[in-house]
Ligand binder design. Structure first.
Ligand code: NAD
Ligand code: IPM
Ligand code: MN
Length: 351
């Protein structure tokens, strides 16, 4: 029995997670996948009511009692500091040492991309985003805050170990999945220290994978080429902040944020699965959010838990629903979140 902690979170989070769970529950009726779900109410509402983000001992409980965590999104306009999201989401990424943020970018149907004349095979790559350090380390501070002389510093941390393990993970994935090329994105022409470390480690690691082509682009150029020529990418590795930005571009070219899935992974340990999108406050409560990002995220989670067949069944059902244009508005369909979820549930196991 695998145990899954479900933290739906804020905004559209609960709406899309509900559909992902319906998909898994339906799958459990046709396949033998022993999973147990436990719900947690961590998020904006709890923080506003009780002042609690992650309850004491929460991270230890997750790492000791669960195999995976499924979340929706965290972010609420009533909490402009984003304190609860920082504690919960970044807290889990850092506290559980989930150093790989794996974000596939795959065009499931040619009509979904906003790019002209791109086919399915032109957009099919995977981003390895470093997920525990970089600009997300929370280091920095203010001097003379609130005065005209104010100074705000925002630091970035790049550790030898942190850089090496994400680059190794990208090369290992490339080898294991029969892919051919790893491209590293950085800004080493400006960020002379962190960039230098990434450059040296990348070359060193690449030399142990002779069959894999290793190349490099500055991140600004990569953002451009991702739009102009996405077919050149196979596996991308980057730091935390650049990986965040690049994967929103990646989401856009595969059809939008409503479709993009991700895993926050530490191999062999409890890992966290979440759609790439946020809480989308303007859409919340309207029943219009696209549940596919969350549903494909649950497929990634099942794959991580060892259920490859079931993971593929979800992907096939999603592709079939998209082909039939049974989708939410962001993909040109007319369905509500719940109806779009049902369109996928109804196709499970029927292809
Ligand atoms: P967002 O991803 O919530 O929304 C960006 C755009 O994408 C909006 O136009 C939104 O309508 C659209 N969109 C997003 N998800 C969609 C879906 N499932 N279906 C259809 N359209 C969708 O990003 P934002 O507006 O920059 O941020 C809103 C809040 O979410 C902020 O508080 C932010 O910090 C937070 N956020 C959280 C996460 C997370 O928890 N993983 C990720 C990103 C942003
Ligand atoms: C993401 C989000 C988060 C990030 C925010 C909400 C902290 O944008 O998961 O992509 O920056 O990592
Ligand atoms: Mn993001």
């Amino acid at each position: 029995m695998k145990r899954i902690a479900v933290i739906p979170g804020d905004g559209i989070g609960p709406e899309v997670v509900r559909e992902a769970l319906r998909v898994i529950r339906r799958l459990q009726e046709i396949q033998d996948i022993p999973l147990e779900f436990v719900d947690f109410d961590w998020g904006a509402e709890k923080f506003l009511k009780e002042g609690i983000t992650v309850p004491p001992g929460g991270l230890e409980m997750l790492s000791q009692q669960f195999d995976a965590i499924l979340t929706g999104a965290f972010g609420d306009p009533r909490i402009p500091s984003n304190k609860h999201a920082e504690d919960i989401l970044l807290g889990m990424r850092r506290g559980l040492d989930l150093y790989i943020n794996l974000r596939p970018v795959r065009l499931l149907n040619a009509r979904l991309t906003p790019l002209r004349d791109k086919k399915k095979e032109d957009i099919d790559f995977v981003v390895f985003r470093e997920n525990t350090e970089g600009a997300y380390c929370g280091a920095g501070g203010f001097l003379k805050k609130g005065t005209i002389d104010e100074v705000a510093t925002q630091e970035e941390v790049n550790t030898r170990r942190g850089v090496e393990r994400i680059i190794v993970a990208a090369f290992e994935y490339t080898r294991a999945n029969g892919r051919r090329r790893v491209t590293m994105a950085d800004k080493s022409n400006v960020q002379r220290f962190g960039g230098d470390l990434w450059q040296r480690v990348f070359k060193e690691v690449a030399s142990s994978y002779a069959e894999i082509e290793a190349n490099h682009q500055y991140v600004d150029a990569m953002a451009m080429f991702m739009v102009l020529d996405p077919a050149q990418y196979d596996v991308i590795v980057s730091n935390n902040l650049f990986g965040d930005i690049l994967t929103d571009v990646g989401a856009a070219i595969q059809g939008g944020l409503g479709l993009a899935a991700s895993g926050n992974i530490h191999p062999g340990r409890v890992s966290l699965f979440e759609p790439v999108h946020g809480s989308a406050p303007p859409l919340a409560g309207k029943g219009v959010a696209n549940p596919i990002g969350a549903i494909l995220t649950s497929a990634m989670m099942l794959e991580y838990l060892g259920y490859q067949t079931e993971s593929r069944m979800i992907e096939e059902a999603v592709c079939a629903a998209i082909l039939a244009e049974e989708t939410t508005r962001d993909l040109g369909g007319k369905l509500s979140t719940e109806q779009a979820g049902a369109a996928i549930v109804n196709r499970l196991g029927s292809n």
